[in-house]
Design a protein around this ligand. Sequence first.
Ligand code: AOF
Ligand code: ZN
Length: 338
Amino acid sequence: MKNLDEKYMRMCFTLAKRGKNKVAPNPMVGCVVLDKNGNIVSKGYHKKYGQNHAERDALLKLKNKEANGGTIYVNLEPCSHYGKTPPCVDLVIEHKPARVVIGMKDVNPKVDGISKLKAAGIQVDFVLEKEAEFLNRRFIKTMTKKLPYVVLKTASTMDGKIAAKTGSSKWITSEKSRELVYKMRREFDCILTSSNTVIADNPSMSQTKWRCVLDKDLRTDKNSKIYSQSNTYIASRQNTPLKNGELDLEAVLRELYKLGIYSVFVECGGTLAGALLKDGLVDEIYQFIAPKILNDNNGISCFNGDNINEISEAKNLKIYEVKYLNPDILIKAALSSF
Ligand code: AOF
Ligand code: ZN
């Protein structure tokens, strides 16, 4: 039973991923329906923000109540609230399955589908909870913290340097890696960068709907390429509170969330990267590492910080993907404990 449950839950994950980049800030959800003999009778998924939830998509395809006495797999607890669509849990109960297998409990405080299922006499089981949470890590963050999901990209030598002491940095990683970065940007609502990066590199960062420049003292040139795009938010001391003399980074992220920005890709130098990390505002790091060693203590580090005496104070990450891009590597690592 457990193996079969895992098999069908993984099928839900695969279906759910078809909604990637189309459903945010809502979760990616897939659903698989078995009849009482264990045959798949329907599948569905959440296709686009505001459209039918996965359970509704799957169950509406059934003509003859084939789920009666069967099993419904869904990677997120069925909803019980009236949102853009009526509660999925009512539709699930109408179909009279014997069992509902869920990946993770919904973190949306409006939702309590599990109690309703149990009250209707339906057996509820959980399977692959950690994987289900990892799949919807962006949804969990935005729903529980009301902050965008933050991924910080950095590209360094093998000794963790993003530039020589003179600022010389072109190029550390290969063209192939840099092209991959352009593609990655499309998976985010906003690119966040610093005035230093705008001044040093004059990037256009045109692949996302939004851009945000942290420019406390409004030092950047208004003719910089990044300002030729619409939707560029400049955080400065005029619109953002200060914390220890610097822009309060959490306040900036809250402001971005209010603008409807649910995911942020940070591309910046060591100062901002180190500050975001120190404030606990980073969810993931994408680190490109080139097969180069600078071999100079004064080279510029990926993450600037200070006052760390013990290795036990280091940030712990979980690497979930390593890609050999030849000649570089890409490490994707999460800071939360998935
Ligand atoms: C989805 N897709 O497949 C499931 C969701 O904004 P609404 O009315 O569509 O409701 C969104 C909430 O519904 C969402 O935050 C989550 O708690 C729950 N389940 N949402 O978009 C789905 N199953
Ligand atoms: Zn629903």
